[in-house]
Write a protein that binds this ligand. Structure first.
Ligand code: PMP
Length: 421
């Protein structure tokens, strides 16, 4: 029996105070506490330096392969300077919601830059991407209004639908028959909002955007695409998967995050003036939360400008090249990384899933890699379906080939996979 299994077996829930009765018994929390106490918890680890290909984690130099800093911009001098300048100019906080006193000129400059980049009339910036989905869905869907969502769409989309009191229907992941069935059942009397992720954050797979868009057209449904993991990376201009699919002008609600490739925090929607005014006027997550701090806005503006520049496009190409390289190095060592998205004519995904299956095996592999100086993410249930646990490995444009080869060796060894001859 492994340490993790022993820990799991030893889990008990004790205590009878009012608070413990209120909290109730939750095996997931007990497991979490037991793993934390035995040092095997793959979450909440302490990072001690800026996010870079090599960074300090809990006192050791490690290769970071778990960050969404896909373009490596969080340490780029222009982005750091953008944050520092905003901090000097505006101080530490905005101290109010966008609605009241929290809108500073950086918000307006970012919104103008995003609209120009996306080729839309307008754009709106929220404090986080999570709030962006919550606020936007609530602004567009009345209680009882129909929304059709991919079953693996991000938690903020699922939560946004629940909070809005929407009539939420889920279709099977990337399954067009299942989407068609949901739309057929709803009919076309009331406008339906269909929401998908452009790039799915756990397995790193793309949505079949052309097919989804065609179905939305057939049924008169409105399509919203979450480009949180794809903005800055895909398409000639770098706005994401919608653009890569040639559908930038046909997706009416384009949501993105400033927190991943764009190396800051925040979220946005780009679209028509009507859409953005509606969100501005209705979204409670926009109106009732303090605006992002100036330094994050300064960083975001600099990162967007960089992502649009030749340098940014070259970083996106390098990130794609690194993803292709890591994927093929892992495959050469017999590691299951699933089917290659670039086979379908798509750019490689920066998220390379290493399929393991069992939650405990993933946690063991994660811990072995941690000891070997590799930091990646353990994706276990409920982040992924039960029995489909994986190591989520992400590349940055700034990784070297040596780092990726070293990681491929370590990952293969951690899974005890024999190298292909
Ligand atoms: N959408 C997707 C697909 C995400 O993965 C995330 C973050 N994990 C979000 C939205 C929320 O964005 P943020 O982190 O900026 O709040």
């Amino acid at each position: 029996m492994t340490i993790i299994e022993r820990t799991y077996m030893g889990v008990h829930c004790m205590g009878t105070t009012s608070l413990t009765r209120l909290i109730g018994h939750d095996p997931r929390i007990e497991m979490f506490k037991a793993l934390r106490d035995s040092g095997h918890l793959p979450f909440f680890r302490e990072m001690q330096s800026a996010t870079a290909p090599t960074m300090s984690v809990e006192g050791r130099q490690m290769t970071m392969l778990g960050s969404n800093n896909y373009l490596g911009l969080s340490t780029h001098p222009a982005v750091v300077e953008g944050a520092a300048r905003a901090l000097r100019e505006f101080g530490t906080a905005t101290t109010g919601s966008r609605l009241m006193n929290g809108t500073i000129d950086l918000h307006l400059r970012i919104e103008a830059e995003l609209a120009q980049w996306h080729g839309t009339e307008d754009a709106i910036v929220f404090t986080t991407g999570y709030q962006t989905n919550l606020g936007t869905i609530g602004a567009l869907v009345p209680p009882g209004g129909p929304v059709v969502v991919d079953q693996y769409a991000h938690a903020s989309i699922q939560d946004g639908c629940r909070l809005a009191g929407a009539d939420l229907r889920r279709f099977r992941h990337n399954d067009m028959g299942s989407l068609r069935a949901a739309l057929t059942e709803l009919g076309s009397v009331v406008p339906v909002l269909v929401i998908i992720d452009g790039l799915y954050s756990m397995e790193g797979d793309f949505a079949p955007l052309t097919e989804v868009q065609e179905l939305c057209d057939d049924f008169g449904a409105v399509l919203m695409v979450d480009e949180a993991h794809s903005v800055g990376l895909f398409g000639d201009r770098g706005t994401g998967v919608s653009e890569m699919a040639g559908l930038a002008d046909r997706v009416p609600v384009r949501m993105g995050s400033l927190s991943k490739g764009l190396a800051s925090t925040g979220g946005f929607v780009a679209g028509t003036r009507d859409l953005i005014d509606t969100i501005r006027g209705r979204a409670r997550a926009f109106q009732f939360s303090t605006a992002g701090v100036p330094s994050t806005l300064g960083a975001a503006l600099a990162a967007i400008q960089l992502a649009r520049s030749d340098e940014g496009r070259a970083l996106a190409a390098q990130s794609a090249e690194n993803a292709r390289f890591l994927r093929s190095e892992l495959q050469a060592r017999g590691v299951d990384v699933g089917s290659d998205p670039s086979v379908a004519g798509l750019s490689p995904s920066p998220i390379v899933p290493v399929y393991v299956g069992d939650d405990l095996r993933v946690i063991e592999a994660w811990r072995t890699l941690f000891d070997d100086g590799i930091y990646c993410n353990a994706a276990v249930h409920p982040a992924v379906p039960a029995g489909n646990a994986l190591l989520r490995v992400c590349v940055m444009a700034t990784h070297t080939a040596e780092q990726l080869e070293f990681a491929a060796d370590a990952i293969a060894q951690s899974l005890d996979v024999t190298a292909a001859a």
